[in-house]
Structure formats: C-alpha cells, structure tokens
Design a binder for this molecule. Structure first.
Ligand code: ADP
Ligand code: MG
Length: 556
C-alpha cells in the first residue's frame, strides 16, 4: 500500500535549485565531494549512535561508501550504509534549507548582475546535496534509518516539487542515484560515467575521508566479466595522526603529493588544537623556493579541509603572504563545508588559528637555528620573503627580527643575526649600523664605509630589494635603533682634533653651502671619511637612493 505524495520545495530551496539546474557551472565536479561528504557524515553519525545506544542493532564493522556507474542508463549512484533518514527527516533536511550561509548566498546572488561572478559565488558557498542537480536532471534518493524497518524514496527533477513514498524494503543507509544530464554525454569534461574521471575527483577532493570509498569496476578475466569494488581513496589523514604514528617517509610522501615537489621538505610542523575550536595542521617548509616566489600571482600553499573534506587550495586566510612558501593542510572541525574565502577572512576563530600557525612557523625556524646548515638553507631560500613580514606583520616583528640574518662587515661570507651583532657592539655604540646597496662589493667600497672600517664598527650589508623597505619602517632591535651610515650625522666619538677642525672650517663650509645651494642642503665637516675627500649623504629622513629608484620605477 505505497502512496506517492508530491510536495513543494520551500521557497529558498526552490531558488537555489533553479541556480543549480540552469547555471552553466565551471566546476561541476564538486557535486561528488558534497555527496561523499554527506555519506561520510552519515557513517560518522552511525558509528557514534551505535556506540551510545547499545540497543541499536546495527553492524558497524563494514562501514563504507560505494560508487556505481551504469553507462547505458547514464546513472551514477552514491551509496552508504550509514545512519540513513526517516521520512520526516527527508522532508525536513532535503526539502528545506536550514543552512546559515544560504540566506547570505541568495542575497549576494541577487546583488550580482554578472553571471560569471554569480557562478563564482555559488562555488564559494557550495550547496551540499542540491549540487547533484548541476549534473543530474533527476535524482532518486532511497534511505532507511538505522533501527527503522520502513524506507523512504524521494525523487525530484529539481524544479518546484519532489515526490516522496514509503518503501517496504531497502538496505539501511542512503543511496543517491543521479540520472546524468543527456547534454553532458558528449563532453568528456563532464563524463561522470568514466572510471578515470570518478577516480580523479575522489583523489582530488575526498582522498583523506576516513571511510573507504569503493568504486565498482568491471574486470574481465578469462572472458568472464565481474564487478569488483575497489577502494579509490587513500583514507590517510596524516595530519590527524601523532608524529609517532606515522613515519617520516609517509610525511615526505604526503608533502610531495600536495606540493608537487620532488624533494623532501626541510621541516615538518604538526599542530593539534583541542577545545572550543578544534583543528589539526600539518605544515611543511620546503627545502627550496619555488620559481614563482616573487611573482605577483604567487599562491599560498596551505589547503583547508573541514572534517577531512577538501575545501580549498591556496587559503590566504590561514597564512600571511610573507609565509606563502609554507605548504600543508589545515583541517578544522567546526567549520561549515560551505565556508567561503570571504567568510574565512572575517572569522575570528580563523584569525586566532592563523595567529597560532604563524607563531608556530616562526618558532620552528627559531629552533632550526640550532642546526646552522638547515637554518642557512632556509634563510638563503626564503629570507627575502620572510623579511616582507617586517613591514606588514607588526605583531611578529620581534620574532621575525630574531630569526633574520644578514651579511656584515664582521665576516666575509658568514651571515650574522642581530643578536650576535648586538653582542659584538662597541662600548657606547647606540645604533645598529647598516648600508643598503646593489651588491656587497659596492657597499664595501662606498666612501661611507671608510670611517666605520677605520674605527672598527661593524656594518650590516643589506643587498636585498626588500631591505630598503623594512629598514625604513622597523625602528629598533633590542633597544638599538637601525642607523644607515649614509644618512644624517654620524658621530663616531670625535677626537679633539676633529673638534678644533670644526671651528677652523666654519667659513669655508658656509661658503660652500652658499655656492652649491641649488643642489644640496648643507655642507658639513665629517669624521666618516678617511681617504676620500668628500661624499654625499642623505638626510636622516630622506629615502635612500635605491628606494627612490624603486618608487620611481613603481610610478610613484
Ligand atoms: P549539509 O551536509 O551541509 O548539512 P547537505 O545539503 O549536504 O547539507 O545535506 C543536508 C542534510 O541532509 C544533511 O545535513 C543530512 O542531515 C542529510 N543527509 C544528506 N545526505 C545524507 C546521507 N547520505 N545520509 C544521511 N543523511 C543525509
Ligand atoms: Mg553536505
């Protein structure tokens, strides 16, 4: 005595479905991610419920997800033996939209006239179960809740209504059968009946789901064709394991998988946070810089997962630009799968998480300094990027200064940290002296250097483009301010002779200042030269010549 009922979708749901049915969507592949993620959630729930409710007579030994293709009928079925849904749940959960992000998505879509932009928006929010209608013109869902004897079948073509009926017999769990759109049949990009295509999507989006995702494949042996279920995901959520539970080789393999790098990483960083906002992070510092590290489109290397489900690459909300070379995965437990980049940027928990990730990366580098060879490799490859943080990461400026190192007149090849520099400072020396320039030899041969060399003051030799910029925004390290030896007055404890000279030359200096007044501000007697007769210096507030050139090149 089965009775088919036809029900209407709730208004918001209808709106969203319209978008799914009619939009030419750039990345349809994600429908499978959504359905596998639902199946995975259902398995999680069943496991938990079976654990809590000993009365529930269910077998939890073989929980899994199955994918099956019928090429002739052009269907793809996603099946799980998880918790399933009661009839009321199907109506509630599938017929209405209770998701918090949806209202916002719809509001934004209304504001956006540009269709390409609206497709992007949908992509950012994700749409869960309804994304099936991007690839299917009919969806049949059959489900039986664990512990119940009756099953429910739900069917819709994604227009205004759906049908629902009770079914006497069905396996426990849920199956979602997609009747693939005929218009995609000719397009290999959307060939969701192809084994390779399914494998590829699962590997990309659902590889680390902890349940086996089994694909039904036909194998012909001795002219006999059999269907076998083959697990197509690796199930390895390495980040959720403790460092002792996985081998270094496994971590290295994983690194290569996510980074497309061929060499082992320099450093592996693991973090697990419990409590109100639970997350796991597995980060890597590569052993060499990518070619595009200093190109404009250079991407950030951290991927975001939510409960083992891949959400996005290149997650800028998790890592600041100056640490863009850090690769890895962050898996947050309490985020929605539909989270967008915009929402991430504003989320306070995400900001807190980012702060902790950054501190952890910086402290890891600090620890690396105990192993000078590794640290030197790190700094050679990534130092110029890290120094960008001195300009825009005010909170971590101290920490970044601590892990930075520089060429200096102290040693011909070895770099020095600021701490080492400060330890070597002469009695009474108040500043950390530096000179910027295009190369070490240009700086060493600068007339500005003469007096400092003669009097034994150490000078930092700054040759990276970025150095020009941070020295003008960072005031001090350990209470010692940075002082360019090419700017302002430099008083290297003047001798008595120099003091009397100053008086003797007053008239000459006044005359020279007057004569050259169109080109210079002032002519001063100096103690900074030993062999050169004169040199040009900038005012302490002036930009350096190199920076001036950079600004001009940037059109400012
Ligand atoms: P979300 O997963 O973000 O909640 P979806 O649209 O993907 O949104 O799914 C809506 C709801 O339908 C889920 O929260 C879940 O309760 C239910 N559901 C979907 N798929 C399944 C499934 N395979 N088994 C059990 N319940 C499911
Ligand atoms: Mg979902």
């Amino acid at each position: 005595s089965t009775q088919i009922e036809t029900l209407e979708f709730q208004a918001e749901a209808r709106q969203l479905l319209q978008l799914m049915v009619h939009s030419i969507y750039s990345n349809k592949d994600i429908f499978l991610r959504e359905l596998i993620s639902n199946a995975s959630d259902a398995l999680d729930k069943l496991r938990l419920e079976a654990f809590r409710d000993k009365e529930l007579q269910v077998d939890t030994d073989d929980l899994h997800i199955e994918l099956e293709v019928d090429k002739e009928q052009r269907t793809l079925t996603i099946r799980d033996n998880g918790i399933g849904m009661s009839r009321a749940e199907v109506v509630d959960l599938i017929g209405t939209i209770a998701k918090s992000g949806t209202a916002e998505l719809l509001r934004k879509l209304k504001e956006t006239k540009d269709t390409a932009a609206s497709h992007d928006l949908i992509g950012q929010f994700g749409v869960g179960f309804y994304s099936s209608f991007m690839v299917a013109d009919k969806v049949t869902l059959l489900t039986r809740r664990a512990g119940e004897s009756h099953a429910t079948q739900w069917e819709s073509s994604g227009e205004g209504t759906y049908t629902i009926e009770s079914v006497d017999d069905a396996p426990q769990g849920t199956s979602v059968r997609l009747h693939l759109k005929p218009e995609d049949a000719e397009d290999h990009l959307f060939d969701y009946t192809a084994e390779y295509k399914i494998r590829e999507i699962v590997r990309r989006y659902s590889d680390f789901i902890t349940w086996p995702v089994k694909l039904a494949v036909e194998r012909t042996e001795n002219e006999e064709t059999k269907v076998e279920f083959e697990t197509v995901n690796s199930m390895k959520a390495l980040w959720a394991r403790s460092k002792d539970d996985a081998t270094e080789a496994e971590f290295n393999e994983f690194y290569k998988h996510i980074s497309h790098d061929w060499t082992d990483p320099l450093e592996i960083i693991q973090m697990q946070a419990e409590g109100t906002f639970e997350y796991q992070a597995l980060l890597f510092i590569p052993s060499h810089a990518p070619l595009d590290l200093f190109m404009r489109e250079s991407k950030r290397g951290v991927q975001l997962y939510v409960k083992r489900v891949f959400i996005m690459d290149d997650c800028e909300a998790l890592m600041p630009e100056y640490l863009r070379f850090v690769k890895g995965v962050v898996d947050a437990q309490d985020l929605s799968l539909n989270v967008s980049r915009e929402i991430l940027q504003q989320d306070r928990q995400i900001q807190l998480m980012r702060r902790r990730l950054v501190k952890k990366v910086l402290s890891t580098v600090k620890t690396m300094m105990n192993d000078s060879a590794r640290y030197e490799t790190f700094w050679k490859e990534f130092g110029p990027a890290v120094k960008e943080g001195l300009i825009n990461d005010f909170d971590n400026r101290e920490a970044i200064l601590e892990i930075s190192s520089f060429a200096s007149t102290h040693h011909a090849t070895d770099q020095t940290t600021l701490r080492q520099y400060v330890e070597r400072m002469k009695d009474g020396q108040e500043h950390i002296y530096y000179l910027t320039g295009a190369s070490r030899s240009i700086i060493e041969n600068s007339p500005h250097m003469e007096a400092f060399t003669a009097k034994g003051y150490e000078v930092l030799i700054l040759t990276d483009t970025i150095d020009e910029m941070w020295v003008s925004s960072v005031n001090e390290f350990d209470g010692k301010s940075f002082q360019s030896i090419a700017k302002g007055q430099v008083d290297l404890d003047p001798s008595d002779k120099e003091k009397t000279d100053r008086e003797d030359f007053t008239d000459l200096l006044a005359w020279m200042t007057e004569t050259l007044k169109d080109n210079i501000k002032e002519v001063r007697l100096t103690a900074r030269l030993t062999t050169s007769p004169a040199c040009i210096v900038g005012d302490s507030n002036d930009v350096t010549p190199t920076l001036e050139k950079m600004y001009r090149a940037m059109g400012q």
